[in-house]
Design a protein around this ligand. Structure first.
Ligand code: ARG
Length: 463
């Protein structure tokens, strides 16, 4: 047992208590951030005259050595230490002697861990943004490719009106653009440095908190030391944003699973993104999409966990907050994996354009347009609705679509119909006429695609 706080105690910690309390098994995940934070702290201690320059250089060299040895695998982070902070400090003292004992001057593990967690999540936000961007780029390409791929749009999972696949993908484009924006917002809001807040009430040393904040790439120091050590809002916000990403991925996965089924055959997943059955030789299963859908629960779980953990904690730091890590780390890794796999899956899937188009034709998705045709010829909408209802019934009985009816058949139900009805209810016309911004018509789709292009260009350039 290697602890930093033995002085006040007369007895060894019970082994079970030690194990229960220790966090090294999971906080080693941010060993790099912990050492980066320590290096910034030490530079500031020297600049503020709290330690000498020689001491600073010794400590920095020592930490750099530990970092290099951990990265190369030469030094193992072992469970003999209570947490990553103790591991670094103990190894430092072992390597450089007494100077190492000055590392923790003017610092508490409370502000240290608050910093480590922030540095780690901040880095992961950047990674997540990159993965969402990759997905957006794939979606943008798919949109460009499928401006003329007709398909039925659904409400209640019943065919409703014709749309294009570009329009359908465009809906997800919007969702993931918002997700991207949420990650940016969180980054901006969390980007203040808690280091220098001490255990809860700052310190009596003349620390330069602006300097450490700047060295670590923060916008500035946090403004209340009690809040600094006990704020995990950014973890909650990140888990909220990741839950929303998963909710979007899950809805999309559900659609891909349906579209990939034998009944729909709108798409076919690539062999590399499908799995087989151990018993049924014909099977090609969409396991990746199902797992993404399933893992959504795992990320929601992490959000609920941290919200519940935080809800009753009085100011300032309490050990409950150690529970902010495991589920959050797991959720971050889960979301990153899901984003990467989902992107690969939709990039490689084959779209069966003819099946989609045929499905749009056969589901009376142009019934609204047939009613609009009558309205344009002076029939009140309610009457037009009734007439087209009769047409649909007639077609269902005859197992044909509206496009297959002869003009005589049309006229028998309403004499208002003329030859131009066929053009008025063709899929192409139905889609093209929907030209309001955000609608599936080619002109408005192209406008939106151009706007997305500009947006993507902006984020590509980091503005
Ligand atoms: N392992 C602790 C955590 O993750 C580090 C902070 C410990 N602070 C303390 N006062 N016990 O929260």
């Amino acid at each position: 047992m290697a602890q930093l706080w033995g002085g006040r105690f007369t007895k060894e910690t019970d082994q079970l208590v030690y194990n229960f309390n220790a966090s090294i098994s999971f906080d080693q995940k941010f060993y790099r951030e912990d050492m980066e934070g320590s290096m910034a702290h030490v530079k500031m201690l020297a600049a503020s005259g709290i330690i000498t320059e020689e001491e600073r250089d010794k400590i920095l060299k020592g930490i750099e050595g530990i970092l290099a040895d951990v990265e190369s695998g030469e030094l193992e982070i072992s469970s003999e230490y209570e947490d990553i902070h103790s591991f670094v400090e103990a190894n430092l003292i072992e390597r450089i002697g007494d100077a190492g004992k000055k590392l923790h001057t003017g610092r508490s593990r409370n502000d240290q861990v608050a910093l480590d967690m922030k540095l780690y999540t901040r880095k992961e936000i950047v990674n997540l943004k990159g993965l969402v961007k990759d997905l957006l780029l794939v979606l943008q390409n798919l949109m460009k490719e499928h401006v003329d791929t007709f398909m039925p749009g659904f409400t209640h999972l019943q065919k409703a009106q014709p749309i294009t696949l570009a329009h359908h993908f465009g809906a997800y484009m919007e969702m993931f653009k918002r997700d991207y924006g949420r990650l940016c917002d969180i980054y901006d809001r969390m980007n203040y440095c808690p280091l220098g807040s001490g255990a809860l009430a700052g310190t009596t040393y003349p620390l330069d908190r602006n300097m450490t904040a700047e060295l670590l790439g923060f916008k500035g120091p946090t403004l209340n030391s009690m809040d600094s050590v006990s704020d995990r809002d950014y973890v909650i916000e990140l888990l909220g944003a990741m839950s929303t990403i998963m909710m979007h991925l899950s809805r999309f996965s559900e659609e891909i699973i349906i579209w990939n089924s034998n009944e729909y055959r709108f798409v076919e997943l690539d062999d590399a993104y499908s799995t087989g059955s151990s018993i049924m030789p014909q099977k090609k299963n969409p396991d990746i999409a199902e797992l993404v859908r399933g893992k959504t629960g795992r990320v929601y779980g992490a959000l609920m966990q941290i919200l519940t953990t935080m809800k009753g904690i009085p100011l300032a730091y309490n050990k409950d907050m150690q529970e902010d890590k495991e589920f959050t780390f797991d959720a971050i890794d889960t979301v990153k994996g899901c984003l990467a796999l989902f992107t690969g899956m939709i990039k490689t899937m084959t779209v069966n354009k003819d099946v989609m188009e045929c499905s749009a034709k056969n589901g009376f998705t142009n019934a609204t347009d047939a009613a609009d045709y009558l309205v344009n010829h002076g029939v009140p909408f309610r009457d037009a609705h009734g007439i087209v209802g009769q047409l649909v019934l007639y077609c269902i009985e005859k197992r044909i679509s509206l496009d297959d009816m002869t003009i005589e058949e049309y006229k028998r139900i309403s004499p208002v119909f003329e030859e131009d009805i066929y053009d008025a209810i063709s899929l192409k016309t139905c889609v093209e006429k929907r030209e309001t911004i955000g609608a599936p018509g080619r002109a408005s789709m192209e406008q939106v695609i151009a706007m997305n292009e500009e947006w993507l260009d902006h984020i590509e350039r980091g503005v």
